[in-house]
Design a protein around this ligand. Structure first.
Ligand SMILES: [Fe+2]
Ligand SMILES: [Fe+2]
Length: 314
């Protein structure tokens, strides 16, 4: 990715700033500098772009996705590995996309292709305070928990909930690409203060990871519901009339799933708030607090089966 000199300059500026004990407040120039670096993020791979079109097109069929996967052998191999993992437990396993499709169905396969393609764009190199494997665990945990909630509540398609959960914190990966030093500064602080990532972002008046994620998801043309889940996964959106009512259940689900992963220490996303489940997370899903242990037990059980995903993210 280009603009490395510019990035190094910006990073040096930040180090200098903190060493001088200068105000942490970022000027408008720094804010727009960060946003301008978003141009460094590559475009979505063709396969992922096409699969997004297929997801958005009600007339698309399983044959379309099988044709598409033929063009990407690496991705096909990953999909088959996942299909053969204990998470999906296909009887007798499967050696080709047709069989995976027959068992998983068009939607699950399409959402998997999209999720894996997005992750393939980002570096797998750890940052100073940011382990990519731990981040992946957090993303996967949130995906699995979102799917559990979706199945249990019957409000949204489980496979769609899975992808929204998987991609909800994509803005942190964006920050990892464009300004690694800034990300590690934030994480250092959340760790020390045992607070949330969002809290530090807000104090520093930085563009939030949910905003960065939304900008990039919009650039990539991801389905609207995924963009909204990325943008609002830290918000109580009940009273927000500007948000599509049909997208709200997915946002509620991803918000709760994220919090449950923090609470249960599933992976690490740079948030050290400990995951506090508040009433406004439960009420819109018509869940009561006494149901949480059951959901957490199911999450632990499903995460045991999700081992296959750890090979797939690289
Ligand atoms: Fe987040
Ligand atoms: Fe998260």
């Amino acid at each position: 990715m280009g603009n490395r000199a510019g990035r190094a300059g910006a990073a040096a500026k930040i180090t200098q700033e903190s060493s001088e004990g200068a105000s942490r407040r970022k000027t408008n120039a720094e804010y727009s500098d960060l946003l301008s670096k978003l141009q460094d993020i590559p475009t979505l791979p063709v396969v992922a772009m096409k699969v997004t079109e297929l997801i958005n097109d009600p007339a698309s069929s399983s044959a379309d996705i099988a044709k598409l996967l033929k063009r990407d052998q690496v991705l096909t191999a990953k999909i088959l590995r996942l299909a053969n993992s204990s998470y999906y437990a296909i009887p007798g396993g499967c050696v080709d996309v047709q069989r995976a499709l027959a068992f998983l169905g068009f939607n699950t396969l399409a959402q998997l292709v999209l999720g894996l393609s997005v992750f393939s764009l980002f570096s797998t190199i750890d940052g100073e305070e940011f382990s990519m494997l731990e981040f992946w665990k957090h993303a996967l945990g949130t995906a699995v928990c979102s799917e559990i909630l979706a199945k249990r509540l019957g409000l949204v398609k489980p496979e769609e909930a899975f992808t929204c959960g998987l991609l909800h914190d994509i803005g942190k990966l964006v920050l990892h690409e464009i300004d690694r030093e800034r990300l590690s500064e934030i994480v250092k602080e959340t760790k020390n203060r045992k607070c949330s990532f969002v809290e530090v972002e807000r104090e520093r008046e930085l563009p939030g990871h949910s905003y960065l994620g939304d900008v990039i998801a919009t650039k990539w043309g991801l389905p609207q519901v995924i963009r909204l889940a990325i943008r609002y996964h830290h918000f109580d959106v009940r009273g927000m009339d500007s948000i599509l009512a049909s997208a709200k259940p997915l946002i509620y689900i991803v918000r709760l799933a994220n919090t449950l992963c923090l609470k249960n220490d599933i992976g690490k996303s740079g948030d050290y708030s400990g995951g506090i489940v508040t009433e406004d997370m439960l009420e819109p899903l018509k869940l009561t607090r006494d149901k949480i242990p059951e959901i957490e037990a199911k999450l632990a059980e499903e995460m045991q089966k999700a081992g296959g995903f750890f090979d797939a993210w690289r």
